[in-house]
Unconditional design. Structure first.
Length: 219
């Protein structure tokens, strides 16, 4: 499973990139606003593209089909690694079908059901993004949706990749991997939490102290 960062913060992308394990980025208008806004969305995406050599999702805001198609073509032209995010509704689905036939890579966002994922897959989307945390928020089991989409796509050999999104804590990342997601996109804080463990810290402290004692260094 690939690990992607869910952020529009260039600082976070830069900080995480040094570990060499992040292979893509997802952004959305809320993350853009959270990162401080002020800059053009295109400039932010292009700066991220200069740091991470992998897919970078940038979201469309148009509400009608023609607007979505036009905006998606424009966003796709920003950089070869840019993937256009389109929400799944009737207009979104029509736009996804048309754009996929032109070769535009689409990440279908705001997926909350397997039917929505199947429609996006049939329309030619490159990715579907089930929002795990938001389903958990309303009392459903978000990861069950990821599992079901993976099962259906596997059975019918859909080439569409399942991108587990709206992950809120490190356990979500493990569960996404167990569910067979192709990609997990996560906030920077969740990524940091993946490599921390108090027993690792305690173990390192003890090894250091024992090593110093063994070598005669006063601790
Ligand atoms: O990738 C989707 C993500 O940004 C949504 O996360 O925590 O707002 O549900 P959240």
């Amino acid at each position: 499973m690939e690990l992607w960062l869910d952020t529009a913060s260039v600082d976070e992308v830069r900080a995480a990139s040094r570990f060499g394990v992040i292979s893509g980025i997802t952004t959305n208008p809320s993350l853009w606003a959270k990162s401080g806004g002020g800059r053009e969305y295109r400039d932010v995406v292009l700066e991220i593209a200069s740091i991470i050599d992998g897919p970078i999702s940038a979201e469309c805001l148009s509400q009608d089909v023609e607007g979505l198609v036009e905006e998606a073509r424009r966003i796709a032209g920003w950089h070869p690694n840019v993937v256009v995010k389109i929400p799944i509704d009737e207009n979104g689905l029509e736009a996804i079908s048309r754009l996929s036939r032109e070769g535009v890579k689409i990440n279908t966002t705001l997926i909350f059901s397997t039917n929505q994922a199947m429609l996006a897959g049939q329309a030619g989307a490159t990715y579907v993004s089930p929002f795990v945390g938001r389903l958990d928020d309303v009392g459903e089991e978000g990861m069950a949706l990821v599992r079901e989409i993976v099962e259906v796509f596997d059975r019918y050999n859909f080439p569409t990749r399942v991108l587990a999104a709206s992950l809120r804590h490190p356990r979500h990342v493990v569960e996404a991997a167990k569910a067979g997601a192709h990609i997990a996109t996560m906030p920077y804080a969740v990524f940091q939490a993946m490599f921390r463990h108090p027993l690792t810290d305690a173990g390192m402290k003890r090894f250091l102290e024992d090593g110093q004692r063994a070598s005669g260094v006063k601790v």
